[in-house]
Design a protein around this ligand. Structure first.
Ligand code: ADP
Ligand code: MG
Length: 385
Protein backbone atom coordinates (compact mmCIF):
# COMPACT_ATOMS: atom_id res chain seq x y z
CA UNK A 1 0.00 0.00 0.00
CA UNK A 2 1.30 3.42 -0.80
CA UNK A 3 1.50 5.98 1.97
CA UNK A 4 1.46 9.70 1.39
CA UNK A 5 4.30 11.60 2.92
CA UNK A 6 3.49 14.78 4.78
CA UNK A 7 6.47 16.60 3.22
CA UNK A 8 5.55 18.10 -0.14
CA UNK A 9 8.49 20.03 -1.58
CA UNK A 10 8.37 23.49 -3.14
CA UNK A 11 11.07 22.50 -5.60
CA UNK A 12 13.00 19.39 -6.56
CA UNK A 13 16.54 19.47 -7.90
CA UNK A 14 18.53 16.71 -9.58
CA UNK A 15 22.31 16.99 -9.44
CA UNK A 16 24.38 14.40 -11.30
CA UNK A 17 27.66 12.74 -10.55
CA UNK A 18 30.32 12.83 -13.24
CA UNK A 19 32.78 10.70 -15.06
CA UNK A 20 36.05 12.04 -16.35
CA UNK A 21 37.18 10.30 -19.50
CA UNK A 22 40.65 11.76 -19.35
CA UNK A 23 42.51 14.55 -17.57
CA UNK A 24 43.43 13.03 -14.22
CA UNK A 25 44.61 15.65 -11.70
CA UNK A 26 45.10 18.27 -14.42
CA UNK A 27 42.30 20.53 -13.19
CA UNK A 28 44.12 21.96 -10.18
CA UNK A 29 47.13 22.48 -12.46
CA UNK A 30 45.05 24.82 -14.65
CA UNK A 31 45.02 22.19 -17.39
CA UNK A 32 42.50 20.41 -19.59
CA UNK A 33 39.85 17.81 -18.66
CA UNK A 34 37.18 15.84 -20.50
CA UNK A 35 34.35 15.02 -18.08
CA UNK A 36 30.61 14.42 -18.51
CA UNK A 37 27.68 14.56 -16.12
CA UNK A 38 26.04 11.13 -15.80
CA UNK A 39 22.56 9.67 -15.47
CA UNK A 40 22.98 9.00 -11.77
CA UNK A 41 22.22 11.81 -9.41
CA UNK A 42 21.41 13.19 -6.01
CA UNK A 43 17.84 14.38 -5.60
CA UNK A 44 17.01 17.33 -3.30
CA UNK A 45 13.49 18.12 -2.11
CA UNK A 46 13.38 21.68 -0.80
CA UNK A 47 10.65 23.54 1.11
CA UNK A 48 10.62 26.90 2.82
CA UNK A 49 9.68 26.34 6.46
CA UNK A 50 8.62 29.87 7.39
CA UNK A 51 11.34 30.31 9.99
CA UNK A 52 13.90 33.08 9.70
CA UNK A 53 17.01 31.10 10.49
CA UNK A 54 16.41 27.38 10.99
CA UNK A 55 17.23 24.77 8.32
CA UNK A 56 16.49 21.05 8.66
CA UNK A 57 18.58 18.94 6.32
CA UNK A 58 18.14 15.18 6.11
CA UNK A 59 20.37 12.74 4.22
CA UNK A 60 18.29 9.66 3.51
CA UNK A 61 21.32 7.54 2.59
CA UNK A 62 23.02 8.30 5.89
CA UNK A 63 19.78 8.31 7.89
CA UNK A 64 21.10 11.47 9.54
CA UNK A 65 19.67 14.91 9.95
CA UNK A 66 21.24 18.23 10.66
CA UNK A 67 19.63 21.32 12.14
CA UNK A 68 21.39 24.54 11.14
CA UNK A 69 20.95 28.01 12.58
CA UNK A 70 21.84 30.41 9.78
CA UNK A 71 23.18 32.90 12.34
CA UNK A 72 25.86 30.48 13.55
CA UNK A 73 27.36 28.54 10.67
CA UNK A 74 30.68 26.88 11.40
CA UNK A 75 32.52 23.71 10.35
CA UNK A 76 31.41 20.47 11.98
CA UNK A 77 33.20 17.31 13.11
CA UNK A 78 30.82 15.25 10.92
CA UNK A 79 32.39 15.18 7.47
CA UNK A 80 29.17 15.09 5.41
CA UNK A 81 27.76 18.09 7.24
CA UNK A 82 30.68 20.22 6.07
CA UNK A 83 29.60 19.92 2.43
CA UNK A 84 26.24 21.55 3.13
CA UNK A 85 27.52 23.91 5.82
CA UNK A 86 30.33 25.02 3.51
CA UNK A 87 27.81 25.81 0.76
CA UNK A 88 25.53 27.70 3.15
CA UNK A 89 28.52 29.70 4.36
CA UNK A 90 29.35 30.67 0.75
CA UNK A 91 25.74 31.56 -0.09
CA UNK A 92 25.34 33.74 3.01
CA UNK A 93 28.46 35.66 1.99
CA UNK A 94 26.69 36.53 -1.26
CA UNK A 95 23.13 37.15 -0.16
CA UNK A 96 20.99 38.01 2.84
CA UNK A 97 17.86 36.49 1.31
CA UNK A 98 18.39 32.93 2.53
CA UNK A 99 15.82 32.01 5.22
CA UNK A 100 14.78 28.79 6.94
CA UNK A 101 14.09 25.71 4.81
CA UNK A 102 13.80 21.94 4.94
CA UNK A 103 15.73 19.71 2.55
CA UNK A 104 15.65 15.95 2.00
CA UNK A 105 18.64 14.50 0.15
CA UNK A 106 18.41 11.13 -1.61
CA UNK A 107 21.30 9.77 -3.63
CA UNK A 108 21.72 7.03 -6.21
CA UNK A 109 25.45 7.73 -6.51
CA UNK A 110 28.01 5.50 -4.85
CA UNK A 111 29.64 7.64 -2.19
CA UNK A 112 33.40 8.23 -2.14
CA UNK A 113 33.99 6.22 -5.33
CA UNK A 114 35.28 8.81 -7.74
CA UNK A 115 31.93 9.68 -9.34
CA UNK A 116 31.94 12.93 -7.41
CA UNK A 117 28.98 12.57 -5.12
CA UNK A 118 30.64 15.47 -3.26
CA UNK A 119 30.28 17.95 -6.15
CA UNK A 120 26.77 16.66 -6.88
CA UNK A 121 25.90 17.34 -3.24
CA UNK A 122 27.43 20.83 -3.13
CA UNK A 123 26.14 21.98 -6.51
CA UNK A 124 22.62 20.58 -6.13
CA UNK A 125 22.31 22.07 -2.66
CA UNK A 126 23.55 25.48 -3.85
CA UNK A 127 21.39 25.36 -6.99
CA UNK A 128 18.26 24.54 -4.97
CA UNK A 129 18.71 27.29 -2.39
CA UNK A 130 19.48 29.72 -5.20
CA UNK A 131 16.13 28.83 -6.81
CA UNK A 132 14.14 28.64 -3.59
CA UNK A 133 15.10 32.15 -2.46
CA UNK A 134 15.71 33.64 -5.93
CA UNK A 135 19.27 34.68 -5.17
CA UNK A 136 20.15 35.16 -8.86
CA UNK A 137 23.52 33.48 -8.57
CA UNK A 138 24.87 32.34 -11.94
CA UNK A 139 25.68 28.72 -12.77
CA UNK A 140 29.36 29.57 -13.00
CA UNK A 141 29.27 31.13 -9.55
CA UNK A 142 27.48 28.01 -8.22
CA UNK A 143 30.32 25.83 -9.49
CA UNK A 144 32.96 28.15 -8.01
CA UNK A 145 31.33 28.61 -4.62
CA UNK A 146 30.81 24.86 -4.35
CA UNK A 147 34.52 24.31 -4.94
CA UNK A 148 35.35 26.99 -2.37
CA UNK A 149 33.03 25.27 0.12
CA UNK A 150 34.97 22.03 -0.36
CA UNK A 151 38.28 23.83 0.13
CA UNK A 152 37.26 25.78 3.22
CA UNK A 153 34.90 23.48 5.12
CA UNK A 154 35.86 19.98 3.96
CA UNK A 155 39.57 20.61 3.47
CA UNK A 156 39.99 18.93 0.06
CA UNK A 157 41.88 21.30 -2.19
CA UNK A 158 40.01 20.11 -5.28
CA UNK A 159 40.11 21.71 -8.73
CA UNK A 160 37.00 23.06 -10.47
CA UNK A 161 36.30 20.07 -12.74
CA UNK A 162 33.80 18.10 -10.65
CA UNK A 163 31.59 21.08 -9.91
CA UNK A 164 31.82 22.29 -13.49
CA UNK A 165 30.81 18.93 -14.94
CA UNK A 166 27.96 18.53 -12.48
CA UNK A 167 26.56 21.99 -13.29
CA UNK A 168 27.29 22.35 -17.03
CA UNK A 169 26.95 18.76 -18.31
CA UNK A 170 24.55 18.05 -21.17
CA UNK A 171 22.90 14.93 -22.50
CA UNK A 172 25.09 12.92 -24.90
CA UNK A 173 27.89 15.49 -24.64
CA UNK A 174 31.33 15.59 -23.11
CA UNK A 175 32.82 18.80 -21.72
CA UNK A 176 36.23 19.76 -23.03
CA UNK A 177 37.13 22.21 -20.30
CA UNK A 178 40.12 24.50 -20.05
CA UNK A 179 40.54 24.92 -16.30
CA UNK A 180 42.65 28.06 -16.79
CA UNK A 181 40.25 30.19 -18.81
CA UNK A 182 37.16 28.14 -17.85
CA UNK A 183 36.21 28.13 -21.53
CA UNK A 184 34.59 24.91 -22.57
CA UNK A 185 33.31 23.14 -25.60
CA UNK A 186 30.57 20.51 -25.51
CA UNK A 187 31.63 17.65 -27.78
CA UNK A 188 28.84 15.28 -28.89
CA UNK A 189 29.60 11.69 -27.93
CA UNK A 190 28.24 9.18 -30.37
CA UNK A 191 28.83 5.86 -28.67
CA UNK A 192 27.14 3.81 -31.44
CA UNK A 193 27.63 0.19 -30.38
CA UNK A 194 29.82 1.03 -27.37
CA UNK A 195 28.87 1.67 -23.75
CA UNK A 196 30.49 3.43 -20.81
CA UNK A 197 30.90 0.84 -18.07
CA UNK A 198 31.82 1.82 -14.52
CA UNK A 199 33.49 -0.78 -12.31
CA UNK A 200 33.60 0.05 -8.62
CA UNK A 201 36.47 -1.64 -6.77
CA UNK A 202 34.57 -1.03 -3.53
CA UNK A 203 37.83 -0.19 -1.85
CA UNK A 204 38.79 3.15 -0.42
CA UNK A 205 42.31 3.11 0.91
CA UNK A 206 42.23 5.67 3.60
CA UNK A 207 44.83 7.95 2.07
CA UNK A 208 42.82 9.94 -0.39
CA UNK A 209 42.56 13.42 1.11
CA UNK A 210 46.12 13.59 2.45
CA UNK A 211 47.60 12.19 -0.76
CA UNK A 212 45.43 14.38 -2.91
CA UNK A 213 46.64 17.50 -1.13
CA UNK A 214 50.21 16.21 -1.19
CA UNK A 215 50.12 15.70 -4.98
CA UNK A 216 48.85 19.22 -5.34
CA UNK A 217 51.72 20.53 -3.22
CA UNK A 218 54.24 18.51 -5.24
CA UNK A 219 52.98 20.12 -8.44
CA UNK A 220 53.30 23.53 -6.83
CA UNK A 221 56.84 22.66 -5.76
CA UNK A 222 57.58 21.74 -9.38
CA UNK A 223 56.28 25.12 -10.54
CA UNK A 224 58.54 26.89 -8.02
CA UNK A 225 61.57 25.00 -9.38
CA UNK A 226 60.68 25.86 -12.98
CA UNK A 227 60.05 29.50 -12.04
CA UNK A 228 63.68 29.93 -10.95
CA UNK A 229 64.67 29.76 -14.61
CA UNK A 230 61.35 30.77 -16.20
CA UNK A 231 59.76 33.39 -13.91
CA UNK A 232 56.71 33.84 -16.13
CA UNK A 233 55.50 30.25 -15.62
CA UNK A 234 52.69 30.16 -13.06
CA UNK A 235 51.31 26.65 -13.42
CA UNK A 236 52.15 23.31 -15.05
CA UNK A 237 49.61 24.16 -17.71
CA UNK A 238 52.12 26.62 -19.15
CA UNK A 239 55.00 24.14 -19.21
CA UNK A 240 56.00 22.25 -22.36
CA UNK A 241 58.33 19.26 -22.69
CA UNK A 242 61.32 21.36 -23.69
CA UNK A 243 60.98 23.71 -20.72
CA UNK A 244 60.71 20.78 -18.34
CA UNK A 245 63.75 19.09 -19.89
CA UNK A 246 65.77 22.31 -19.51
CA UNK A 247 65.29 22.34 -15.73
CA UNK A 248 65.26 18.59 -15.14
CA UNK A 249 68.58 18.61 -13.25
CA UNK A 250 67.09 20.91 -10.61
CA UNK A 251 64.32 18.46 -9.80
CA UNK A 252 64.11 15.67 -7.22
CA UNK A 253 63.11 12.60 -9.30
CA UNK A 254 59.68 12.15 -7.68
CA UNK A 255 58.66 15.76 -8.29
CA UNK A 256 59.92 15.53 -11.86
CA UNK A 257 57.74 12.48 -12.54
CA UNK A 258 54.66 14.18 -11.09
CA UNK A 259 55.22 17.22 -13.31
CA UNK A 260 56.07 15.20 -16.41
CA UNK A 261 52.83 13.24 -15.97
CA UNK A 262 50.80 16.48 -15.85
CA UNK A 263 52.49 17.91 -18.95
CA UNK A 264 51.91 14.64 -20.83
CA UNK A 265 48.33 14.35 -19.60
CA UNK A 266 47.46 17.85 -20.83
CA UNK A 267 48.65 16.83 -24.27
CA UNK A 268 46.66 13.58 -24.07
CA UNK A 269 43.44 15.40 -23.17
CA UNK A 270 43.78 17.74 -26.14
CA UNK A 271 44.40 14.78 -28.44
CA UNK A 272 41.49 12.88 -26.91
CA UNK A 273 39.18 15.83 -27.62
CA UNK A 274 40.30 15.75 -31.27
CA UNK A 275 39.67 12.00 -31.53
CA UNK A 276 36.25 12.38 -29.95
CA UNK A 277 35.34 15.17 -32.36
CA UNK A 278 36.24 12.81 -35.23
CA UNK A 279 34.35 10.02 -33.45
CA UNK A 280 37.51 7.93 -33.42
CA UNK A 281 36.76 5.91 -30.28
CA UNK A 282 39.61 3.45 -30.87
CA UNK A 283 42.35 6.06 -30.58
CA UNK A 284 40.37 7.81 -27.85
CA UNK A 285 40.40 4.54 -25.85
CA UNK A 286 44.16 4.09 -26.25
CA UNK A 287 44.70 7.42 -24.52
CA UNK A 288 42.65 6.21 -21.54
CA UNK A 289 45.10 3.34 -21.12
CA UNK A 290 48.06 5.70 -21.37
CA UNK A 291 46.49 7.96 -18.78
CA UNK A 292 46.13 5.04 -16.38
CA UNK A 293 49.77 4.08 -16.79
CA UNK A 294 50.78 7.64 -15.99
CA UNK A 295 48.63 7.72 -12.86
CA UNK A 296 50.00 4.34 -11.83
CA UNK A 297 53.74 4.79 -12.34
CA UNK A 298 54.40 8.52 -12.46
CA UNK A 299 51.71 10.11 -10.33
CA UNK A 300 51.47 7.01 -8.10
CA UNK A 301 47.86 7.29 -6.99
CA UNK A 302 46.50 3.96 -8.25
CA UNK A 303 46.19 0.77 -6.18
CA UNK A 304 46.35 -2.96 -6.88
CA UNK A 305 42.58 -3.33 -7.24
CA UNK A 306 42.32 -0.58 -9.87
CA UNK A 307 45.39 -1.89 -11.71
CA UNK A 308 43.90 -5.39 -11.75
CA UNK A 309 40.71 -4.15 -13.43
CA UNK A 310 42.56 -2.11 -16.04
CA UNK A 311 45.08 -4.90 -16.78
CA UNK A 312 42.25 -7.42 -17.13
CA UNK A 313 40.47 -5.23 -19.69
CA UNK A 314 43.59 -4.93 -21.83
CA UNK A 315 43.31 -8.58 -22.81
CA UNK A 316 39.90 -7.96 -24.44
CA UNK A 317 39.83 -6.39 -27.86
CA UNK A 318 36.22 -5.33 -27.33
CA UNK A 319 37.33 -2.95 -24.55
CA UNK A 320 38.73 0.15 -26.26
CA UNK A 321 40.14 1.76 -23.13
CA UNK A 322 39.96 1.88 -19.35
CA UNK A 323 41.42 3.91 -16.53
CA UNK A 324 41.02 4.76 -12.90
CA UNK A 325 39.03 7.89 -12.11
CA UNK A 326 38.99 10.44 -9.34
CA UNK A 327 41.31 11.17 -6.44
CA UNK A 328 42.91 7.73 -6.38
CA UNK A 329 43.64 4.78 -4.07
CA UNK A 330 40.32 3.13 -4.81
CA UNK A 331 36.98 3.99 -6.33
CA UNK A 332 35.98 3.27 -9.91
CA UNK A 333 37.39 2.61 -13.33
CA UNK A 334 35.76 3.92 -16.50
CA UNK A 335 35.68 1.48 -19.44
CA UNK A 336 34.69 1.91 -23.06
CA UNK A 337 33.25 -1.46 -24.11
CA UNK A 338 31.34 -2.92 -27.03
CA UNK A 339 27.66 -3.28 -26.04
CA UNK A 340 27.22 -6.94 -26.94
CA UNK A 341 30.03 -8.03 -24.59
CA UNK A 342 28.98 -6.10 -21.50
CA UNK A 343 27.08 -8.87 -19.65
CA UNK A 344 29.59 -11.61 -20.25
CA UNK A 345 32.50 -9.28 -19.44
CA UNK A 346 30.96 -8.12 -16.18
CA UNK A 347 30.45 -11.76 -15.13
CA UNK A 348 34.00 -12.68 -16.03
CA UNK A 349 35.75 -9.73 -14.41
CA UNK A 350 33.56 -9.88 -11.29
CA UNK A 351 34.53 -13.50 -10.75
CA UNK A 352 38.22 -12.85 -11.37
CA UNK A 353 38.16 -9.82 -9.04
CA UNK A 354 36.41 -11.76 -6.32
CA UNK A 355 38.83 -14.67 -6.68
CA UNK A 356 41.78 -12.32 -6.36
CA UNK A 357 40.64 -9.91 -3.63
CA UNK A 358 37.58 -11.55 -2.08
CA UNK A 359 35.63 -8.36 -2.74
CA UNK A 360 32.38 -8.00 -4.70
CA UNK A 361 32.73 -5.74 -7.72
CA UNK A 362 29.91 -3.33 -8.61
CA UNK A 363 29.29 -2.71 -12.28
CA UNK A 364 26.90 -0.31 -13.97
CA UNK A 365 26.47 1.54 -17.24
CA UNK A 366 26.33 5.32 -17.40
CA UNK A 367 25.61 7.81 -20.16
CA UNK A 368 26.54 11.49 -20.57
CA UNK A 369 23.57 13.42 -19.21
CA UNK A 370 22.06 16.73 -18.19
CA UNK A 371 23.75 18.79 -15.47
CA UNK A 372 22.18 20.12 -12.24
CA UNK A 373 18.54 21.00 -12.99
CA UNK A 374 15.18 21.69 -11.48
CA UNK A 375 12.66 18.89 -11.87
CA UNK A 376 9.03 19.44 -12.70
CA UNK A 377 6.60 18.59 -9.92
CA UNK A 378 3.82 16.83 -11.80
CA UNK A 379 1.31 15.61 -9.28
CA UNK A 380 1.09 14.74 -5.63
CA UNK A 381 1.03 11.02 -6.45
CA UNK A 382 4.73 11.17 -7.35
CA UNK A 383 5.64 11.55 -3.71
CA UNK A 384 3.73 8.55 -2.47
CA UNK A 385 5.86 5.71 -1.16
P1 ADP B 1 33.23 11.27 -4.31
O1 ADP B 1 33.04 12.71 -4.56
O2 ADP B 1 34.09 10.61 -5.33
O3 ADP B 1 31.96 10.51 -4.12
P2 ADP B 1 34.37 12.31 -1.89
O4 ADP B 1 35.15 11.69 -0.79
O5 ADP B 1 34.92 13.50 -2.57
O6 ADP B 1 34.04 11.14 -2.92
O7 ADP B 1 32.94 12.74 -1.33
C1 ADP B 1 32.16 11.83 -0.62
C2 ADP B 1 31.58 12.53 0.60
O8 ADP B 1 30.48 13.38 0.20
C3 ADP B 1 30.97 11.56 1.60
O9 ADP B 1 31.96 11.05 2.47
C4 ADP B 1 29.97 12.46 2.31
O10 ADP B 1 30.60 13.24 3.28
C5 ADP B 1 29.47 13.37 1.20
N1 ADP B 1 28.23 12.82 0.60
C6 ADP B 1 28.07 12.36 -0.65
N2 ADP B 1 26.80 11.94 -0.87
C7 ADP B 1 26.12 12.14 0.28
C8 ADP B 1 24.77 11.92 0.73
N3 ADP B 1 23.85 11.39 -0.07
N4 ADP B 1 24.46 12.26 2.01
C9 ADP B 1 25.38 12.81 2.81
N5 ADP B 1 26.66 13.04 2.47
C10 ADP B 1 27.04 12.72 1.23
MG1 MG C 1 34.62 14.24 -4.45
Amino acid sequence: MSKERNFIPDIIVGSPGRINFIGGHTDYNNGFVLPAAIDKEIKFEFSKNDTEHICNIYSKNYGKSLVVDLRAIKPSKENWENYVLGVLHQLLKRSNRVKGFDCVITSELPIGSGLSSSAALECGFAFGINKLFELNISKLEIAKLSRDAEHEYVGTKCGIMDQYASVFGEKDKVLFLDCKSLDYELIPMNLSDYKVLILNTNVEHNLSTSNYNQRREQCEQGVRIIKEKYPRINSLRDVDFETLENVKENFPEVIYQRCLYIVQENERVQNAAKFLTKNDLKNFGKLLYECHEGLRYQYEISCKELDFLVDFSKEKDYVLGARMMGGGFGGCTVNLIQSEHVDQYVNEISKAYNDRFNITLDAFLVAPSQGTHQKTIHKKKEYDE
